[in-house]
Design a protein around this ligand. Structure first.
Ligand code: ZN
Length: 181
């Protein structure tokens, strides 16, 4: 009996990996155009990754988020995040060494990754989750970021928010992240 369970489990794992590979092949890793918003101060080698949602339940663009942050949120450098995951793509909005404006009292050496959607109401799509796993793995490898430094916005002290949303399973996602420490 135990052997059957093991075989079934192994088959299920292979099926999941095949689905993931096809999803990744379908998705585009980076957007065609790197979006260059107003540069900000250098902030050193990244040590933290912070995951956000944009809270928007309709199609949007990085340019729209940029305008909103600049004109309505008093952030003169525009879009708060370094990356946005939406439309089956990863958009790079800001150099990783530049200071973002996505966390209260915690933007030093902290890369902000926004996933498009309102995850108090919905969940990230499978493609968004896969792209996020790829992006986080890449950044953790590149900058040797430890797993405990991957946080949700709400995990930062003094940040009174539910971001990236009650339905966003960061701990589940972190099981797919490989770090050296
Ligand atoms: Zn946030």
């Amino acid at each position: 009996m135990a052997k059957i369970v093991r075989v079934l489990y192994r088959t299920l794992r292979i099926a999941v990996i095949v689905v993931l590979v096809f999803k990744v092949a379908k998705a585009r890793y980076y957007a065609d155009v790197t979006i260059c918003f107003t540069p900000t101060a250098e902030t050193g080698t990244p040590r933290y990754l912070t995951i956000h949602n944009d809270g928007i339940n309709r199609p949007t663009t990085c340019n729209e988020i940029n305008r909103y942050h600049r004109d309505s949120c008093d952030m003169e450098s525009g879009i708060a995040y370094h990356y946005v995951v939406m439309n089956d793509r990863i958009y790079k909005c800001r150099d990783e060494h530049q200071k973002g404006t996505h966390v209260l009292n915690g933007n030093t050496a902290n890369i902000g990754i926004c996933v498009h959607g309102d995850f108090n109401k919905t969940r990230p799509t499978l493609t968004q989750q896969i792209l996020l796993i790829i992006l986080i793995n890449k950044l953790c490898y590149q900058y040797d970021i430890p797993k405990e430094n991957i946080r949700g916005h709400k995990d930062w002290e003094q940040n009174n928010t539910s971001c990236p949303g009650d339905n966003f399973d960061l701990e589940g996602l972190k099981k797919w992240i490989i770090t050296t420490r």
